[in-house]
Design a protein. Sequence first.
Length: 93
Amino acid sequence: MDQYIVELQEFIQKMHGVQAMHIDSVRTTQVLENNTVWDGMIEVFEVRGHPKAPIVYAWGQNTNQPGKPKMYFAVLHLNSVDSPEAAVKAALI
């Protein structure tokens, strides 16, 4: 399995306390006020053990910081977060 996917699964476990199985990769672009704030792949995982969310959207972003070169995000598919695009938007807010 791809090391990046494993890192995201570990982050999902740590963040939300659930196991995640990778099911898809979705290219996503998020533009706010005419500025592209995200352009990359969002990984889609099926989750087991969460009482409400069947899916989690996860991705990593380079930070250019030596001590923490990558920041991870894992957003549950709940309420208005119903797509990879909505997950990126929720993470930005």
